[in-house]
Ligand binder design. Structure first.
Ligand code: ATP
Length: 943
């Protein structure tokens, strides 16, 4: 039953709300500064439903189901069955063909729904959240839980989850392109507006679901949710965004069509040959041709490939890599360059301040992690904020200019946790180590305004009223950020409590200290303040304070030096990339020396003096020069996110398949441009996550490498699968060709129903098993495939038809003649009916099934011996083998099937023959694999 929703009352119309003042708005929406109470939330949820967009058009399950019975091959089989039923003297053959068609359709439907269930489950792993104030407290809730009247908090990078009226805004800019197509950010504010003659999207004090925050922050009151939002009203349009087909799926689609055409041509040739050469009745000739067509059409191809991609996506999700589109799995496998940022991806992002530096002293900070235990020493003597005012003010300034919070361990979380940016959290921790009372400090020195951090400026500022004056100043700005840039903005310096003009020697000393720490891989932030009471002509409203206005003429206080060690698993992942011929380029916002030190420590750069290109240089270097630089070891440092786009696009021009990481709003263009955009799940903004193809739920570089490995494995598995299904074509075609070419002197060794039994019966599960084969050893020691490499290579075609296919055909025909010979029938007097004939065809069928058992083992590895990877390790294949043997017994022992499939029970000798069939098939291939391994190792030695 459909949920009855309350219609939007008119008094909530966007234009009505936009002309109300804050208090009237609260009254109208029955809410307040402290947000809703839990009872109000409950009532409104019951009244308005949940904040979700309901799909209007969903393809019906029935339609999906029926599609599996209307493919080209299915139509041919319906038709063939009808001919057999109505025009031959074997109507049971018609029924059998239809039955096989139904079973095959059900199987494809089952595969398809498993694949779509896997991708559906994935969508649920990407919930979107909203920050609200409820009962006076800030809370993070699922976006679908928002109700009208909720007080919503948004900041740069957030996706807006409901329509809302802005009541307080700081430099708010919103990207409304999802609704209006306008890609430039639109400024929004909290001012009352009449809205007369304006379209809803022009209202400056309204924000809309489906849009994103490109800049600033705001507080807004939710007015409409779900289908009542402007986004909900046009959801029909956006829902056409459905699952697009991946290049691989398109290639396979094309391949299936091409092969189907070839199959039909072969069928036509066989049809005419059967009629004119062997003088068979037309209906019989048609059924015969049908067998050939079915033998060649790779029917299970698309559903199996979709399923193996979906399964890979599921496995990747368990390994912390959420892939948003199936197509990304294949692109991942072809990745040749990974551009990775440093902080949090290659490093642990668990910062600990280990030194604090002022122009007069260096303080050493003890203790690792976020626990506030540890002491501060200067020249070996322990000190605290009480004893050392210079230290106290440096630490106060740094932690007042911070938005992060550190939560102590509790029952659920045994470790200290951080809410917000770890770079900021560690500043709070060191303040506590110095004995400062953070809570009191924040209360006594209220923050009036924030100029938020942005990675192009590389600093942030907060403005405070101080109750305890700092050098007589009571209204100050505290700024922290990248040292070089900060030092350039300072005109004075604080040395041992005295403030004087900064000299070039001071600047040099600051940079010397900075470089000394950075060379050890440490991250350095400078801290400064400005006495705003001394600044003339400042605008009245804080909202008019801009970074340009405030962040100048500052007093340098000191440096905060923090350790952010590399993640443990990263060095091994980097080595794996080197082995796999994948380049890693560090593109970081951090300082060059810190970046190089970390890059060396984890093995990204191996030379002694890699080239460091800074954002500044990048702005002045030509494309040609940059391309040359990209040929060597290079580290990009102090790069603004916007500059990543250029690096990515030049790498692509050089023929690379590029994966790039990012987390901020400004990373979005590079994430979209890259072949694989990788967003950080923990620290990433909604905008970055939306622009990316893959989201790392643990922000860890090693997860990218595992995903690449999985991508390579899937591609290889699809090739293995193709090899397997094509190789039986030859052994299915050869018996029919022998029948035609001998003008029926060799009675048909494999009947049409037997061909159907192999293609749509026994081959299915083992083929599926190849789709989930584990990565073969050495898969990460070869270069990535190039974009031009076709899926179905000449090598695979040759191996399928003229290696495995020929071996299988020889064995199958051998089995047929062996059985005939056992019964005294030789060429010239081979029977075409009776028990001997049936036994012989049963043996052809059995031999193909048993050689396919050998073939599936052979296909599992390209070079490694199947005995080293474990012949019974792949459970799906094991089940497939048992299934095909059981099916074979069923077909040859159950009387009902014996008539339809022209089979007969076999004797001990015949069974022995069949059981031995896989032996030469596997043995010959093992010899080839051993030879190939030797050649490969020789090649490696001569390199
Ligand atoms: P990466 O790009 O590898 O993630 P990063 O964190 O250093 O490294 P950004 O986030 O772009 O890159 O930061 C650039 C610089 O800005 C930092 O190196 C640091 O000097 C400064 N910075 C980072 N976070 C803050 C912050 N919260 N407040 C002030 N300055 C900061």
């Amino acid at each position: 039953m459909k949920e009855e929703r309350a219609a939007a009352p008119d008094e909530r119309s966007l234009k009505e709300l936009s002309c109300l003042g804050a208090n009237e708005l609260y009254q109208r929406l029955d809410t307040g500064l402290d947000g809703l109470t839990s009872n109000q939330v409950k009532e409104r949820k019951a009244k308005y439903g949940s904040n979700t967009i309901e799909p209007k058009k969903k393809e019906s399950q029935w339609l999906k189901f029926l599609k599996n019975f209307t493919s080209l091959m299915a139509i041919l089989l319906w038709f063939g069955g009808a001919i057999a039923f109505f025009f031959t003297d074997t109507p049971q053959l018609g029924i059998a063909i239809w039955l096989v068609n139904v079973i095959n359709g059900l199987f494809s439907y089952f595969q398809e729904s498993r694949a779509s269930k896997a991708t559906e489950a994935l969508k649920k792993m990407l919930p979107s959240y909203a920050r609200v104030i409820r009962e006076g407290k800030e809370e993070q809730i699922l976006a679908e839980e928002l109700v009208p009247g909720d007080v919503l908090l948004i900041e740069e990078g957030d996706r807006i989850s409901a329509d809302a009226r802005v009541i307080q805004a700081t430099d708010l800019q919103v990207n409304q392109s999802a609704l209006t197509g306008e890609s430039n950010p639109i400024r929004k504010n909290d001012e009352v507006q009449s809205g007369k003659g304006m379209g809803n999207f022009e209202l400056k004090n309204m924000i809309f679901a489906g849009t994103t925050v490109s800049n600033g922050s705001a507080r807004a009151v939710v007015s409409q949710i779900g289908m009542q939002t402007e986004f909900g009203k046009i959801a029909d349009l956006t829902q056409s965004l459905g699952e697009e087909k991946s290049p691989l799926q398109m290639e396979l689609d094309k391949l299936t069509k091409q092969i189907s055409v070839i199959a039909i041509l072969i069928g036509v040739v066989f049809f005419f040959a059967a009629i004119f050469f062997v003088h068979q009745p037309v209906a019989q000739g048609f059924i015969f041709a049908l067998g050939m067509i079915v033998a060649f059409i790779p029917e299970g191809l698309l559903p199996t490939v979709t399923l193996s991609l979906a399964m890979a996506v599921q496995r990747m999700a368990k390994e912390h890599a959420l892939v948003k589109k199936l197509s990304s799995v294949e692109t991942l496998g072809a990745t040749s360059v990974i551009c990775s940022d440093k902080t949090g991806t290659l490093t642990q992002n668990e910062m600990t301040v280990c030194y604090a530096w002022t122009a007069s002293k260096e303080y050493q900070v003890g203790g690792l992690g976020y626990a506030p235990q540890g002491t501060i020493t200067v020249n070996g003597q322990q000190t605290t904020g009480d004893q050392d005012p210079e230290l106290a003010w440096l630490l106060r300034a740094a932690s007042l200019c911070s938005n992060a919070r550190v939560l102590p361990p509790d029952d659920e979380n045994p470790r200290y946790r951080v809410l917000g940016d770890p770079t900021e959290a560690c500043l709070n921790v060191v303040a506590q180590k110095a004995g400062l009372d953070l809570a009191a400090m924040v209360k006594e020195n209220p923050r009036l305004r924030e100029l938020p951090f942005d990675s192009s400026r590389k600093r942030m500022t907060t403005i405070h009223n101080l109750t305890m004056p700092l050098a007589e100043a009571t209204r100050v700005s505290f700024t922290k950020g990248a040292p070089k840039e900060m030092a350039a903005l300072c005109t004075k310096i604080c040395v041992a409590g005295t403030i004087r003009a900064i000299t070039s020697e001071d600047q040099a000393k600051i940079m010397q200290a900075n470089d000394h720490y950075a060379e050890q891989g440490l991250r350095v932030l400078a801290v400064a303040y400005r006495d705003l009471g001394q600044v003339a002509n400042l605008p009245k409203g804080f909202s008019q304070y801009t970074p340009e206005l405030i962040e100048q003429d500052m007093i340098f206080m000191g440096l905060m030096v923090m350790a952010d060690p590399p993640r443990e698993e990263v060095a091994a992942a980097v080595q794996k990339c080197h082995d796999a011929h994948i380049r890693i380029i560090m593109v970081t916002g951090d300082y060059g020396l810190t970046a190089v030190s970390i890059a060396k420590r984890i093995g990204i750069v191996q030379g002694a003096n890699p080239r460091v290109i800074t954002g500044l240089e990048l702005a002045n270097i030509s494309d040609e020069e940059l391309k040359t630089a990209l040929g060597d070891e290079v580290v990009f440092a102090r790069v603004a996110p916007e500059q990543k786009y250029r690096v990515v696009s030049l790498l692509q021009d050089l023929g690379n398949v590029v994966a790039v990481t990012g987390d901020g709003v400004n990373d979005a263009p590079a994430l979209k441009k890259a072949d694989i955009g990788v967003a950080m799940g923990i620290t990433g903004t909604d905008v970055a996550k939306e622009s990316a193809d893959m989201i790392l739920t643990d922000d860890n570089f090693a997860s990218i490498v595992r995903a690449v490995e999985e991508g390579r494995a899937v591609y290889k598995n699809i090739q293995k699968f193709l090899l397997y299904i094509f190789n039986s074509n030859m052994s299915e075609a050869v018996p029919s060709a022998a029948f035609l070419l001998s003008r029926a002197a060799i009675p048909l060794p494999l009947t049409v129903m037997q061909i159907l039994a192999i293609d749509l019966g026994t081959d299915m599960i083992p083929a599926l098993g190849l789709g989930v084969e584990e990565p073969e050893e050495g898969i990460m020691t070869r270069p990535p495939r190039t974009k031009k490499d076709a899926l179905l290579t000449k090598g695979i075609i040759f191996k399928a038809f003229f290696w495995y296919g020929l071996m299988g055909s020889v064995v199958a025909m051998g089995a047929y003649f062996y059985t005939m010979a056992q019964r005294g029938a030789t060429i010239g007097n081979l029977p075409s009916v009776g028990v001997t004939y049936r036994e012989a065809t049963t043996m052809t069928l059995g031999a193909i099934i048993f050689t396919q058992i050998g073939a599936v083992w052979n296909c599992r590895t390209e070079r490694s011996s199947v005995f080293t990877v474990g012949p019974f390790k792949n459970k799906v294949i094991n089940v497939g083998i048992v299934f095909e043997m059981a099916l074979f017994c069923l077909l040859s022992y159950v009387p009902l099937f014996q008539d339809v499939f022209q089979t007969a029970p076999l004797g001990v000798k015949e069974w022995l023959f069949l059981l031995l069939c896989p032996v030469p098939i596997v043995a010959i291939e093992e010899v080839r694999k051993a030879y190939s391994r030797r050649q490969a190792s020789k090649r490696r030695q001569t390199k």
